[in-house]
Design a protein around this ligand. Structure first.
Ligand code: 4AD
Ligand code: MG
Length: 434
């Protein structure tokens, strides 16, 4: 008797033990048919009243959907079965008999969200969660190969690192603090010893807008590189995205098939990605019937229109300085703009990466922060930023970086309708449980 996983039960005649959960159960003429699932797949098992002992038969009768069980039996070939094999059971033990399972075939989206802790066992969520783990692994794998160090920034911060408009407040020993909205400023501090770093921790955005691409807590991959300009920054980004897509297409076709994702299309995501300027984007959109002025930001509809016919992501570069943050340098070729780029996913999945060069000279940074205060009618508490500005005084170097929202990438590549299904326990304006 060998203990193994379902996907390994492929030797006809072998006696095996499998620990799993009941996925389906059917009783017919002295035989209990079950479909058993474990982390590797599903297999059918037949428990015949006249070929098992009494305890096993009782257990087979008592078992219910989602009960945890230990099943032993002989592997037999069955061409019609999903794995090509079936188990003729010799013994079945209930580890824990499940109460009536609250999720049946057709359920509302709300119920599935309320029962998220159970819905995670569904075939589709299982496939997404397996793939999610691979997305994380391949992202790290790519950056490790490029000689990056992973660094760990604080999650509790004294000030915003981006727009500061959607911060979650925390009572920090009687002082106001915030959950981090971006780890960029901390990543910047670490390039002076490690040169190429990335942090990969959650960012928090108190986004009240209910859209299909906003989470209040999302996993944010933020690389920061000494001596990179934005062209090198974009090359790194397209390399990263292509590496993830290529690995998924090559190694994980089974899970992609469960989700109806065409692995061949993913396999075609290769550098270079198209680069257009913000100005071009406005022109293209106005030709499509939008009425945008120079300086307007792109909303969901605009993002959809500009990427509708694309099969690969595109970069939109050099945005107006009024709509981008305080750390981006003015573009010397067009001082109305800053040196930055956003990566837009194809088919309207929206912005997946925001990146830029960083102002690395002390005076220029202080001047730009004051300019942003006027342009946006905000007030920076300079005490909170002084350590970060200080970095410009001690051997500063040109540098660039970007932030990639992992759930946005997952939503796009797995063609999910909503970003909440890219993360096990979504945090959104109207949802904190489970
Ligand atoms: O464009 P953002 O706000 O840029 C930054 O935070 C920079 N400091 C990053 C950097 O340069 N280190 O956010 C970066 C990315 C977006 O492109 C998007 O993919 C994702 O983070 N993102 C969200 N993902 C899910 N839910 C939200 N509410 C998100 N807000 C941003
Ligand atoms: Mg952005």
């Amino acid at each position: 008797m060998v203990e193994l996983h379902i996907s390994e039960a492929k030797k006809a005649g072998e006696s095996v033990t499998i620990k799993g959960w009941i996925y389906r159960k059917r009783v017919s003429g002295g035989i209990v048919f079950i479909i058993l699932r474990d982390m590797s797949g599903v297999v059918q098992a037949a428990i015949k009243k006249d070929s098992v002992d009494e305890a096993t038969w009782k257990a087979a009768e008592a078992t219910t959907i989602e009960s945890s069980v230990e099943l032993s039996g002989t592997v037999v070939e069955d061409k019609r079965a999903p794995t090509g094999y079936e188990i003729k059971a010799t013994s079945l033990k209930n580890v824990s008999v499940s109460e009536p399972y609250p999720i049946t075939e057709y359920q509302s989206t709300e119920l599935l969200l309320d029962k998220r802790h159970l819905w995670l066992r569904s075939q589709s969520m299982t496939a997404v969660m397996k793939l999610r783990s691979h997305f994380f692994r391949y992202a790290r794998e790519f950056l490790d190969k490029q000689k990056f160090f992973e660094v760990t920034p604080p999650v509790i911060t004294s000030a915003g690192g981006e727009t500061g408009a959607n911060l979650f407040e925390v009572n920090y020993f009687g002082k106001k603090a915030y959950l981090t909205e971006s780890s960029q400023l901390y990543a910047e501090a670490m390039i002076y010893s490690l040169e190429r770093v990335y942090s990969f921790v959650p960012s928090f955005r108190a986004e009240k807008s209910r859209t299909t691409k906003h989470l209040a807590e999302y996993w944010h991959l933020e690389p920061e590189m000494a001596y990179y300009n934005n062209e090198m920054n974009m090359e790194l980004q397209e390399g990263l995205i292509s590496h993830i897509a290529e690995k998924l297409a090559k190694e994980h076709q089974d899970e992609l098939t469960v989700l109806n994702v065409d692995h061949k299309a993913l396999g075609k995501i290769k550098p270079p990605f198209k680069r257009i300027s913000y100005e071009d984007a406005i022109k293209i959109l106005n030709e499509k019937g939008f009425k945008l002025k120079w300086g307007d930001d792109l909303g969901v509809e605009e993002e959809r229109a500009i990427t509708a016919e694309e099969d690969k992501p595109i970069f939109i570069c050099n945005w107006p300085k009024e709509i981008k943050p305080f750390y981006m340098p003015i573009n010397p070729k067009d001082p109305r703009t800053v040196v930055c780029s956003d990566m837009q996913a194809p088919h309207g999945h929206g912005e997946i990466i925001g990146g830029s060069e960083r102002i690395w000279k002390y005076d220029e940074l202080v001047e730009r922060m004051h300019e942003v205060e006027k342009l946006k009618d905000v007030k920076f508490n300079m005490d909170n930023y002084s350590w970060w500005i200080d970095l410009r005084r001690y051997g500063s170097v040109p540098h660039s970086g970007f932030g990639m929202g992992m759930e946005r990438v997952i939503k796009w590549m797995l063609n999910l309708d909503h970003i909440r299904d890219a993360i096990p326990f979504p945090r959104m304006a109207n949802r904190l449980e489970p």
